[in-house]
Ligand binder design. Sequence first.
Ligand SMILES: NC(=O)c1ccc[n+]([C@@H]2O[C@H](COP(=O)([O-])OP(=O)(O)OC[C@H]3O[C@@H](n4cnc5c(N)ncnc54)[C@H](OP(=O)(O)O)[C@@H]3O)[C@@H](O)[C@H]2O)c1
Length: 267
Amino acid sequence: MNFDLGFLGAGNMAEAIARAALDRHVLPAGRMIAADPLGPRRDLFAALGIAVTADSAEVVARSAQVLLAVKPQSLADLAGPLRVVDRARQVLVSIMAGIAIRRIEELAGGPARVVRVMPNTPLLVGCGMAGIAVGPHSRPGDEDLALRLFGAAGEAVLVAERDIDAITAVSGSGPAYVFYLAEAMEQAALELGLGAHARRLVQQTILGAARLLGASGQPPQALRRMVTSRGGTTEAAVRHLDAQGTAAVFVAAIKAAHARSVELGQG
Ligand SMILES: NC(=O)c1ccc[n+]([C@@H]2O[C@H](COP(=O)([O-])OP(=O)(O)OC[C@H]3O[C@@H](n4cnc5c(N)ncnc54)[C@H](OP(=O)(O)O)[C@@H]3O)[C@@H](O)[C@H]2O)c1
């Protein structure tokens, strides 16, 4: 094999993973190759010093580990290139949402060494959270490169594949719940007349709260109590949230994401 890592699909997620690998010295550019049908995407990877090709089969033939980073709807296009995989020697790492390890093995033509990753979009700014699961035919250590790559782009935990649907619901879709909150906070800020400052106030508040949550070692309830004095302003807001059953609504929403992930995985 000429390369340690080959990308099938040189899109947004692949780019973030490649940049993290380079920045954090997980792999040098010369150990990576990427395939993408789009010239501008290949040019971008080439500018990073990564070998590029329009031929996915070339990436499969020349890489010890192959990262499947196309949209799930393009999955069928990988059937041809994956036919040349050496299932005893190569590892397939998939970040495709909702695609079970079993389906990747089917595409590869039989039992294969598969590692499945559920990342999230904060990976794009080096602050991702990824769940990583190994398949029934992978070998000890097959997950090591994925753990280092996704660790370089944030954090990564090793889980059983049955937990990937829950990971999808919590951390995969999770950034959207925070953006939803940001939208509502921004609407309130505008309605309260904060105009041009509204977005910045909300962004910095969420960023600051997230950093405090990460750095303080305190559970979220304790941090919330710190800003909630009796009879005060925060208490007025939290009373309203409680009266509307907001926490239960969020729990039900995350369970709906989980149910949808299970459903997609069966398709
Ligand atoms: N974004 C998220 O929040 C998130 C989170 C977790 C997992 N993921 C997963 O990450 C994967 C990639 O997402 P993304 O946002 O990086 O997608 P993206 O930007 O659309 O990148 C996919 C790239 O792969 C190319 N491609 C399509 N078929 C190909 C083939 N047969 N061989 C080589 N390249 C091919 C696409 O080209 P064309 O545009 O010409 O098709 C595109 O440039 C998805 O499976 C998604 O489920 C995403």
